[in-house]
Design a protein around this ligand. Structure first.
Ligand SMILES: *Cc1c(COP(=O)(O)O)cnc(C)c1O
Length: 610
């Protein structure tokens, strides 16, 4: 059955609609709105990131289940191992959930920088793998040696020959254990999708065949061949199609087999990187992924098995570093709607005169008598009257009040017609709907919370948290509160978003943006100085739910402090200006400063009732 807002496309049964509200489809199934209300009751306003660790757990289970099944079914004789790439989400609550849920599988962590490596060394359970990718200097390599000395199963993947030389150097200079060494290969075949730059001959990372041979010699000459255990490739994130992966596997599999024949005896694993995609589409026509995890796992296991059989080489262990797939679904961004811009056209602003121009009287009649059977005809009449009234205004026959009344009435007739025709709109109604887009102002920053929308036009599923049993007839564009015109998600007629007509003076309206748990949080930027939103981690059991963590967004002074402003200096400057002001009396000085200080201790998002 088709679900509202494409929930059946992107939702993966993680959410369920009940009594018009969206609920978490797990154990006691709380409503998102209930969770949000509880947090807001404690005074935390503005946007909110909700984390659901059970969804990380679900993805990890699914990854291992599928690969273990494929290994069994294909009689494959290597092991399956996996690590979570920290760059996908380094927030402590996300990492805690990953490490907790992964413990029983010996799920490890992948690091791409010194800071991430320190996190991996601190939080990877001893015995679970750590892999290190990205460019490394001697210091970072030494950190890897220290990790090995600590007892970690760590593999340093070299991205170029220089790094191998550094490893040789550090092995010579320090007393620490030499970590395992992986080599990233530069494939001939590229990836697919908007993140495809990681694969192919133009890729930023990896060794060519010639360099690989040199690396082999270098390892042999320095007696490090026994530490060379892993071959690595990564063809890019959010792989839309399976074909490039298959090409990459064939290439990598054959290189692996050749290296084994050359005497790389310790080599025992192929690391296939990440790239497992997540469905973000809300409309069937926008789906991009042409495979699922089961097919992915089957292909990897089957292809590697076949290549090794043909070359007479033992099956390698399979390592994956998929991150987006693990963490994207666990986080939901909830934003209050602050304003609907067309509220200027509200009917209560209508100020009819004792005597109105005849066309206005007719508009009133049309509005009163509109039904679903006459709506098309009446709509045409109303649009026609509007044209005439505008001409009358230009010619000076009606005044500004009449014009305002006409706009309000026509707007309300169109709205009623849209409502009556919903479910069965004519092409004309659809066009009108587009033209009459409602702009929903949401209390968040897209730059901060969905940077991939800004940078790559990545769509994130969005839907209201309630009223899902009521018709949503307003063609919606979404505006954030940055004063940047790029902070807008426009209405797309090919993937239309319809929201509800709400009166925010009387009721609240919240939108949820889904699948924002991968990459968005640390990629996000403080444009206009909006900081990482408040966040809460929600643990759900059979009887209800509880928060294991609620963390409010940084307050304004903290934001300035992080920009290297001296908070004390800011306060002193403010105080001085207040004291010197001709408009503030001595008695009022303290009150003024106290008011400002209260604001400075709050987060920077808008608080006006919402
Ligand atoms: C980014 C990255 C990953 C994770 O990719 P996903 O698309 O998030 O699965 C894995 N391995 C390497 C080397 C990466 O750079």
């Amino acid at each position: 059955m088709q679900q509202p807002y494409g929930l059946d496309i992107w939702g993966d049964r993680n959410f369920i609609i009940r009594n018009g509200q969206i609920h978490i489809n797990y154990k006691s199934s709380p409503a998102l709105l209930d969770i949000v209300s509880r947090i807001r009751k404690d005074g935390i306003k503005g946007p909110l990131i909700l984390r659901f660790p059970h969804l990380i757990s679900k993805q990890i289970d699914s990854l291992y289940d599928n690969f273990c099944r494929a290994i069994r079914e294909n009689d494959y004789r290597g092991d399956f191992k996996a690590v979570f790439p920290l760059k996908v989400n380094q927030y402590p609550e996300a990492v805690r959930a990953v490490v907790g849920a992964g413990r029983r599988y010996r799920y490890g962590l992948e690091a791409g920088s010194k800071a991430e490596l320190i996190l991996a060394m601190a939080y990877t359970p001893t015995g679970s793998p750590i892999t290190v990718n990205g460019f490394k200097d001697e210091e970072m390599i030494t950190m890897g040696f220290v990790a090995a000395q600590m007892g970690h199963h760590i593999t340093l993947t070299i991205e170029g020959l220089g790094e191998l030389e550094s490893i040789v150097e550090v092995a010579r200079k320090t007393p620490f254990r030499v970590p395992d060494i992986g080599i990233r290969i530069r494939l001939h075949s590229g990836g697919s999708g908007i993140w495809a730059k990681s694969g192919g001959m133009q890729a930023k990372f990896g060794l060519t065949s010639t360099e690989l041979l040199e690396a082999f010699e270098l390892l042999k000459n320095h007696r490090l061949l026994e530490r060379f255990t892993m071959l690595h490739f990564h063809i890019g994130s959010q792989m839309e199609e399976i074909a490039p992966l298959k090409r990459a596997l064939r290439e990598a599999g054959n290189i692996y087999a050749e290296l084994k024949k050359m005497g790389a005896d310790a080599l025992r694993a192929i690391n296939i990187g990440g790239g497992l995609s997540v469905e973000y589409a809300q409309h069937p026509s926008k789906r991009v992924r042409n495979y699922n995890l089961s097919e992915f796992a089957n292909d990897v296991v089957y292809l590697l098995g076949e290549i090794m059989k043909a070359k007479g080489v033992d099956h390698p262990d399979i390592v994956t570093e998929s991150g987006r797939f693990i963490s994207a679904t666990h986080a939901v961004l909830v934003t209050p709607v602050l304003e609907l811009f067309s509220h200027d056209y509200q009917e209560r602003s209508l100020k009819l005169k004792p005597v109105n121009p005849p066309l206005i009287e007719e508009l009133l009649e049309l509005s009163r008598l509109l039904t679903s059977s006459n709506s098309t005809e009446f709509l045409h009449d109303a649009l026609d009257h509007m044209e005439s009234l505008l001409t009358l205004f230009e010619l000076g026959y009606i005044d500004l009040q009449d014009r305002s009344n006409a706009e309000i009435l026509v707007h309300s007739i169109i709205k009623k017609a849209l409502y009556l025709k919903q479910g069965n709109p004519t092409p004309e109604i659809e066009r009108l709907q587009e033209r009459l887009q409602e702009r929903y102002l949401v209390n968040s920053s897209f730059f901060q919370s969905m940077p991939d929308y800004w940078g790559l036009k990545q769509h994130f599923p969005v839907m209201p948290l309630d009223r899902l049993d009521q018709p949503a007839i307003r063609a919606a564009s979404l505006w954030d509160i940055t004063c940047d015109s790029d902070g807008e998600i426009g209405f797309d007629p090919e993937a239309p978003l319809f929201l509800h007509d709400v009166n925010l003076d009387e009721e609240e309206y919240f939108l949820g943006f889904f699948n924002v748990g991968a990459y968005q949080e640390t990629l996000g930027m403080q444009h206009n100085l909006f900081s990482h939103p408040s966040e809460a981690t929600v643990l759900i059991d059979d009887h209800g739910y509880r928060f294991s963590n609620i963390d409010e967004a940084e307050n304004i002074l903290e934001i300035l402090d992080n920009l290297e402003y001296d908070a004390q200096e800011v306060l002193t400057e403010l105080e001085k200006k207040i004291t010197d002001s001709d408009f503030i009396t001595k008695e009022d000085n303290r009150d003024t400063l106290a008011t400002l200080k209260r604001f400075l201790a709050q987060n920077g998002y808008l608080r006006t009732t919402r």
